[in-house]
Structures are given as C-alpha cells and as structure tokens.
Design a protein around this ligand. Structure first.
Ligand SMILES: Cc1ncc(COP(=O)(O)O)c(C=O)c1O
Length: 368
C-alpha cells in the first residue's frame, strides 16, 4: 500500500458509502478510463467477472466458439465455459510469448472453411508483455471478430505508446492481491462503447429493470466492486507508475546478474513496447544450464524462495480435454515455454538483499 488507501477508506466510512456503489467507484472508473484513453469503464469484483461480462455483452452462448490464448491462467477461459461455449486455444508466438498471429490466422481460415466463426477472441498480455496487437487487430478486423483484451497482468504496459487493454472491443483488468496494483480483489471492464459499458453496469448489478418494483427480464450477476475497495484502487492507481518502475528495476537487476549465463533466456520486451514487467520470467535450456527448470524450482523452494513455473497451457489442462488447439508451427511454443519457464520473485516491495539472495541461489544451483 502507498498511504492514501487508508485516507480513501476513511472517506468511505465517514460518508457511510459502504456498498458496491458510491463516489469512489464512480471516480475509480473515470480515472482508469482517463488513464487508458478509453470512453468508459465499469468496476467489478474480479477480472474473471469482467471477462464474463464481456462475453455476455457479445452474446456468447451455448454452441458458440471463442478463440483464446492457451498460455494463460485458467481465469482467461473459464467464463467461456460459464456461457456454455466452446474454447479453441491458440498457441504463443516465440517472440512475445502471447497469441501467435500465425496460429490465429490458421484458426480463422479453418473456422471459415467449417462455416462457424468465433464470437470473440480473448487475447492475453502475459506477465506484463503486450501481444503483437497490430497483427492481431488487423486479423480480427479482417474476419470481423471482436477482441477481448485480457490485460489482467499488463496495467501500465504500452504498445506503440498506446496503453495495454485499450486495443479490443473490450479490455479487462484484475486488481487481485498479486497484481501490479491491487484492491485485494477486483477488476475493471473497459471499452470505447459507452452504451455497452452502461449495459455491463446493469448486468453486473442483478439486471434490475427500471420499474418501481423488483422486476428482472434478463439474467444478471452480482459483480459490482465495493466502494471501500474502489478507494483502495484509486490510491493504488496514483502510484502505478512507481510500481512499474520498481518492477522494471527488479527485472534489470536479474538481467544484469544472470543475463550472460549460458542456457538462461529472459522474456524479451517487444520492440516499441514497454512492459510493466509484472513478473520477471526466464527459460532454462537444460543442455546448456545443466539442470531442468523443475530442479531449479526445487532448489529455490528448499531455500524458502517462492518461484513459479510458467502457466501450464490451457489445451493441456484436464478441464479443457478435447478442446481444439492451433500450434504456432509443428512445434508448440507454449508447451516449450511451460517445460522450460520459471517466474522469479518480483514483488514491488522486494528488497535488494532478498533479490541478491535469489540471484546467489540461482548461481549456486547452476554451479557458478
Ligand atoms: C491473465 C489473467 N486473466 C484473468 C485473471 C483473473 O483475474 P481475477 O483473479 O481478478 O479474477 C488473472 C488473474 O488472476 C490473470 O492473470
């Protein structure tokens, strides 16, 4: 926390706005929209809820297909199942690690042949890195399919100077406890379509008809963000840039200390982009490093250092067994990244001393 959170929480208490609506909610939405340069935003209880609302707004339902990045957290695709639709997974691009435009094109061509286009494409910006948005937007425009940009991990990132999360028909963010800024739990759905966000606000508040009594014609959800948490979010947004700077510094230190070790490859930053470096991630080539990533994980764990393997691709998850998958080429990039990738401790409050300890431990485990 930065300090102002408590002030805004106190304001909520003093004015008795202890509800999933109120002045902080309104201001948080406006401030996020302004920051991103989009027309409107709706604050919700989680990033997952924001994706679910986006799919509802696009009328995704049973029998529909939705394309989704495979290398991501399960929350990117769960709402597809909530809607009874079918997820089709798209491999990663070797440079960005995010959705491969090449695999996406294959998937579109095949969908056209089958006569069933997807209702939406969920593009994820992993670990703070933007996907190749020019290529992806151009393909989606060509096939006339809307994009939901899952920017849960990429608030503060830019692609060609444009904020991450502002490229699709809808963008979504997460303010879960582990994200670059947090409300403990929360999310945001953004769009240039003010009418659609208005509708999202209606759906997120149980879809109550404008009648003098409780009348409901549509299926709604209880997805609004608390006014107290929105206060926390407002204070966090004030220090976002500081957090991005800190995460980038953490990356730089890891890179300076470990970047020259044979077999270690850090996630690159795409040209003309600025990643928020939410997590510092690297891959290990066992033939050069001498140990597989799972052994490195174990050694770190024994030293009480919490690292994580890269997301297990969704097309390999038992939950999505049988789902269609489009690899980048013959080789599946996401599977390679999963088999060799590790996320290093990257918290904004990480001290120099703790980072040195992680670096020393990695060097030792590689016999350096
Ligand atoms: C890529 C991605 N998408 C979606 C989500 C879902 O966000 P939330 O946890 O706020 O529901 C997360 C994080 O949890 C995420 O990392």
């Amino acid at each position: 926390m930065s300090g102002n959170e408590q002030k805004y929480i106190n304001e909520a208490f003093e004015t008795n706005w202890i509800a999933p609506l109120g002045p902080h909610v309104d201001l948080f939405e406006k401030e996020i929209a302004r920051f991103l340069g989009v027309n409107d935003a709706v604050a919700v209880s989680s990033g997952t809820a924001a994706i679910h609302l986006a799919l509802s707004l696009l009328d995704v339902k049973k029998g529909d297909k939705v394309f989704c990045s495979t290398l991501t957290f399960v929350a990117s695709a769960n709402p597809i199942l909530y809607q009874g639709a079918e997820p089709i997974f798209i491999d990663s691009d070797p440079e960005s690690w995010n959705m491969s435009p090449q695999a996406l094109e294959k998937a579109f061509k095949n969908a056209l042949l089958e006569g069933k286009m997807p209702k939406a494409v969920i593009v994820v910006n992993l670990y703070g890195q933007s996907a190749k948005m020019d290529e992806i937007v151009s393909l989606c425009n060509q096939y006339d399919v809307p994009i939901i940009e899952d920017a849960a991990e990429s608030l503060g990132t830019t692609y060609k100077s444009k904020p991450s999360g502002s490229f699709g028909k809808y963008g979504i963010f997460s303010f879960n406890g582990n994200k670059i800024i947090t409300t403990s739990g929360g999310g945001m759905l953004v769009s240039n379509d003010v009418e659609a966000i208005h509708r999202a606000r209606f759906l997120a508040a149980q879809a109550k008809d404008p009648a003098p009594y409780y009348q409901h014609s549509k299926l709604g959800y209880n997805y609004r963000l608390s006014n107290i948490l929105a206060g926390v979010g407002r204070a966090q947004l004030e220090i976002l840039e500081e957090r991005v700077r800190k995460r980038r510094e953490i990356f730089e230190t890891y890179y300076e200390e470990l970047g020259n070790i044979p077999g270690l490859f850090f996630m690159k930053e795409l040209e003309n982009t600025r990643s928020n470096r939410w997590l510092t991630v690297l891959t290990l080539d066992e033939r050069l490093s001498g140990i597989p990533v799972t052994v490195l994980m174990k050694i770190l764990e024994e030293e009480n250092i919490e690292a994580r393997l890269v997301w297990k691709p969704l097309h390999l998850q038992p939950l999505f067994e049988g789902a269609k998958y489009y690899p980048h080429e013959a080789d599946s990039i996401s599977e390679q990244l999963f088999n060799t990738g590790i996320c290093l401790p990257s918290g904004s409050n990480m001290s120099e001393k703790s980072q040195d300890r992680v670096i020393d431990c990695i060097k030792k485990s590689l016999n350096l």
